[in-house]
Design a protein around this ligand. Sequence first.
Ligand code: NAD
Length: 436
Amino acid sequence: MGEVPAPRKSRRDNRKGPMIQSTVKLTPFGAVNARVNRASDLLGIKENYRRLLTTCWREVKVSLPFTDDKGEMNVYEGYRVQHNGVRGPYKGGVRFHPEVDLDEVKALASLMTWKCAIVNIPFGGAKGGINVDPSKLSERELQSLSRRFMMSVKQMVGPYKDIMAPDVGTNPKVMGWMMDAYHQVHGYSPAIVTGKPVTLGGSPDRLDATGLGVAMITRRILEERKEFLSGKSVVLQGFGNVGSFAALHLHRMSAKVVAVGDVTGVVRDANGIDVEKLMAHFEAKRTLAGFNEGEFSSREQLDVLTLPCDILVPAALGHVIHSGNMDKIKARYIIEGANGPVTPEADEYLNKQGIIVVPDILANAGGVVGSYFEWAQNIQVHSWERTTTKLELDKFMSAALAGVSSAAKKFNINYREAAFVVGVDRVYQAAVARGH
Ligand code: NAD
């Protein structure tokens, strides 16, 4: 690995207005709206339109009674929130998690509105969830609950109304069951869900779309700053869906992946890890330990986030870069593969250090673009070639970055604030054009 230059001093100390301060007192939805209000300030959006942008169009809570394998009746709570649909049908995942609550679902639905607008796909934002621990349900119970949820919201969703997708605790199998439940009422409509099994019209290219999008954004942000990805050292936290495919595509784009960490430990090789071999090893063993190249350490021995590198990709959990470790970060670029890996306090600190942070809402948007491609192919009753998907994804991600960079320059703000400016402006313009 080449010598890593010290983090640069900020060029942005003369930012206009305050940054978003610690959001400890804000609910998740309040924290997203603080960012929307900051973008609205910069765009000069009036109070009446702000109300439109910071409230949800429809919030539905459903009671989900179902019978478990022992014959006992249980009741769970389900939610579907449609935040804003001025740019197109609502789009968003369904989360199965014991701590799901309405405020969190509203925050996630709102983030989907901004994310879809930033990458300029014709969707609004939605999210759903059930307060259940799916690991405690049998497959029959899970199927029963998934079908019940779809039947409870069937009138408010549809291929041109609201399209669901997998999220935390759900997967293609759950989408297949939900699609079938919808078909029983409305007939053949594969575009009602994305991320479904390939045999039901799911896109094989959706699997790596988020990780590939992360790699594409990384390449483009470097190019924009007259740097090249070739030979740049990369460290990733997370080797699941996002992390493994981001690592693979960065490796194929000639970056040098020098460390990968996950819940099982950290693999390091200063000469560069052969990511294809590491993926094959992980596929066989389900752990990073025992890989026969590089050096292995436990998570307790080594914090992968603090390793020196050009590019750090946190692609595991939220809030992993925080006030306790932010001053140990040695990367020049942080590309947020995970959702919310950097706390607001750490974000402010990193910005002051001149470290470039590409926010989740842009960096991991390849996933929703991949879902849009699946939906579009279902609507067309046609399958695209892999090369078409890759070219299209690159086109959308590059255009999104160009829009965000231009807003960052225009308002002299960081990429996170600029991403919200782009998203909020597009939704606002669509609302005005509709005569709202
Ligand atoms: P995943 O479950 O496939 O992978 C999670 C990874 O995190 C695993 O490698 C796991 O070992 C690792 N991990 C868990 N705990 C850890 C710890 N304490 N220390 C280090 N590593 C740890 O999940 P994913 O789909 O790859 O999602 C990762 C993140 O990206 C999440 O924040 C998710 O919300 C976000 N995201 C995912 C997608 C997508 O399409 N999958 C899209 C947008 C955002």
